[in-house]
Write a protein of this length. Structure first.
Length: 176
């Protein structure tokens, strides 16, 4: 029995170490890490393609799960207001492009969903959870200003209210 408890403790410690090894979150004022990732249609999107626009870059764990769907649909519903502020929304998870395509079609998501299969981009934003054989993105969001700098960071967001918070903050940021 003691051996089992020790083994479970070792496994949990390893999982914690692997999870905590993700890169630090970018800080406000730092350059946002650039990337090149395919979207749900297979088109490669680069952060630098959006220079001159506000970018809402949100990471989420899994396509078509309850909280991820809620968050995505709220960004969809606020798309016009975000567009009026000169912003584009980019969603990122470790799901593949086929999964993203199904998710986007099912929920009428008109913004790019980026496939970060290896979790490299999520890691560069301090937004990956690595549980040995399973990786998924943490529910973090970054507002990136038109010059490519981090303007706002949200960690472990509440999917129910998050899009409204982003809209309010982006309104204030873009007014400065």
């Amino acid at each position: 029995m003691k051996l089992i408890i020790i083994l479970v403790g070792i496994v949990l410690a390893m999982l914690w170490l692997r999870t905590s090894q993700a890169a630090d979150l970018p800080k406000i004022g730092q350059d946002a890490p650039d990337f090149a990732l395919p979207d749900q249609s297979g088109k490669v999107q680069h952060l630098s393609d959006y220079r001159g626009q506000w970018v809402v870059l949100y990471f989420y764990p899994k396509d078509d799960t309850p909280h991820c769907t809620t968050e995505a649909c709220q960004f969809r519903d606020d798309a016009f207001q975000l567009h009026q502020l000169g912003a584009v929304v980019l969603g990122v998870s470790v799901d593949d492009t086929d999964s993203h395509a199904e998710f986007a079609k099912k929920h009428h998501l008109a913004f790019p969903l980026l496939a970060d299969r290896g979790g490299v981009v999520a890691d560069s934003y301090g937004s990956i959870t690595n549980l040995l054989v399973i990786k998924f993105a943490k529910r973090n969001t970054f507002i990136i200003n038109p010059s490519g700098k981090i303007a706002k960071v949200y960690v472990s967001v509440d999917a129910q209210q998050h899009a409204k918070s982003v809209l309010q903050d982006l309104t204030a940021l873009s007014a400065k």
